[in-house]
Design a binder for this molecule. Structure first.
Ligand code: SF4
Length: 430
């Protein structure tokens, strides 16, 4: 039994189109590990590193598609991929939220909705053995009415095998200079899934928050040290590594002995001084905060559920203990205008010495986000290829004059960030 899993590391979709290696496709590496644990051979191919037309024919090809990130890349190659296999299995966020389109536009035979670590190996066994075993989160043309269910979420993440990084070249796993300010090699990993929040712009499909035990995380890190002795840093990819103070404290206690430098994403409302000191002592060198805006009016509209004073406390406190801060900003959200740009600039100016770098994103209503649903008919009259995370300048909301004001305000904000933080706000290092 075998599956060819195809991923897409396309520098043109990387932030700001920079030529740099993206982090390995961690979700696909989890799927690959689950297949291998079920005696299924796995081959992994990057759609951009080899001529797909020369690919050997495979019985089963699998793709994991994210609507706002790699949909267009797969869509553009789909005819060729279809010719290279008997059976095409598509999973990922796109299959979960757009099952009908995925079956028709992406010519899939089977969709996996929700998390696929159990379903994919079961489906492959079913295909090879030609049996009628029921696999719960599978959609075909015959059962298109099947919808995402909370049951398709894996509650105990500790039971999953660690990602099958051995399927990729070492230089694609161990990345240079991906921790800002540190000239070291690092590896990315993830300790949790899901998010209980409901920010209007966020396309996160899985709401229930779950995390791996600190012990399980340490097992993976110890294995990484054995497999990649040159590794000196870790990049935690979790949406918010600080979600549980107790869990974060346990992780810090377990990883400090390895003397690695590490970085993570966090919500400002999870900041506290005890925790940040602990993080610094265990090797944390940068925390990336989702600020989004310096306007409380816009933060409230985004349903971000944070205040400017929380942002202020997190930035100042993190800087104070000697950890760098990176801020993610989003501009162009419904209601953004010259006033919210000015408020954001004023806020950033006030906190300039506490911020190491900034990434500014244009707003685009990402498929599955609450705002995408509220903007209503966007799916009917616009091409799905437009709904992308990076570099969108599309008139999504408001009148023509609102749009023009928003564009002017965006330019002013961009100019401010570029002047203070350099081109792209020193965004090149994630
Ligand atoms: S933006 Fe972050 S905090 Fe908000 S819903 Fe998404 S993952 Fe959760």
């Amino acid at each position: 039994m075998k599956i060819l899993l195809i991923y897409c590391d396309d520098s043109s979709i990387a932030r700001f189109g920079e030529k740099r290696k993206e982090f390995p496709p961690i979700g696909l590496l989890y799927l690959a590990a689950s297949c291998e644990a079920n005696n299924i051979e796995v081959e992994l191919v990057n759609i951009y590193s080899q001529d797909i037309s020369k690919l050997e024919h495979h019985h089963i090809i699998g793709l994991s598609i994210n609507s706002s990130y790699n949909y267009t890349s797969f869509y553009n190659h789909i005819q060729m991929l279809r010719e290279k296999c008997d059976i095409l299995v598509v999973g990922g966020q796109h299959a979960t939220i757009f099952p009908q389109q995925t079956l028709t536009e992406l010519l899939a035979d089977y969709l996996i909705i929700g998390e696929g670590e159990y379903a994919l190996p079961q489906l492959i066994h079913k295909i090879y053995n030609n049996d009628a075993v029921f696999v719960s989160n599978i959609i075909t043309k015959d059962n298109i009415s099947n919808v995402y269910s909370e049951n398709y979420r894996i509650d105990d993440l500790d039971v999953l095998p660690i990602p099958a990084r051995h399927l990729m070249k070492k230089e694609d796993i161990l990345l240079d200079k991906r921790i800002y300010g540190e000239d070291i090699k690092s590896i990315s990993l993830i300790t949790s899934r899901g998010c209980p929040h409901n920010c209007e712009f966020c396309a996160n499909v899985y709401k229930g928050f779950r995390h791996r035990s600190a012990e399980n995380v340490e097992l993976e890190i110890a294995q990484l040290i054995l497999d990649y002795p040159e590794m000196k840093g870790l990049v935690f990819l979790d949406e918010n590594l600080l979600f549980s103070e107790e869990h974060m404290t346990q992780i810090c206690d377990r990883i400090s002995k390895y003397k690695l430098k590490w970085t993570c994403n966090a919500r400002v409302d999870c900041f506290n001084y005890t925790l940040i000191n602990k993080m610094r002592d265990s090797g944390c060198v940068e925390v990336k905060y989702g600020l989004e805006s310096g306007s409380q009016r816009i933060l409230d509209r985004m349903n971000k559920k944070i205040t400017l004073s929380q942002i202020s406390e997190a930035l100042i406190g993190t800087h104070k203990v000697g950890i760098r801060t990176k801020c993610f900003l989003l501009f162009g959200f419904p209601g953004d205008n010259l006033e919210s740009a000015k408020e954001t600039i004023d806020f950033l100016s006030l906190h300039e010495k506490y911020i190491s770098r900034i990434n500014l994103f244009n707003f685009s209503p990402l498929p599955n986000s609450p705002i995408f649903k509220k903007l209503g008919n966007v799916m009917d009259n616009r091409n799905l290829n437009n709904f992308r995370l990076y570099n969108q300048q599309v008139h999504w909301w408001g009148t023509q004059s609102d749009y023009e004001e928003m564009l002017t305000a965006y330019e002013i904000l961009t100019k401010f960030i570029n002047e203070r933080y350099g081109e792209n706000g020193k965004g090149s290092c994630n």
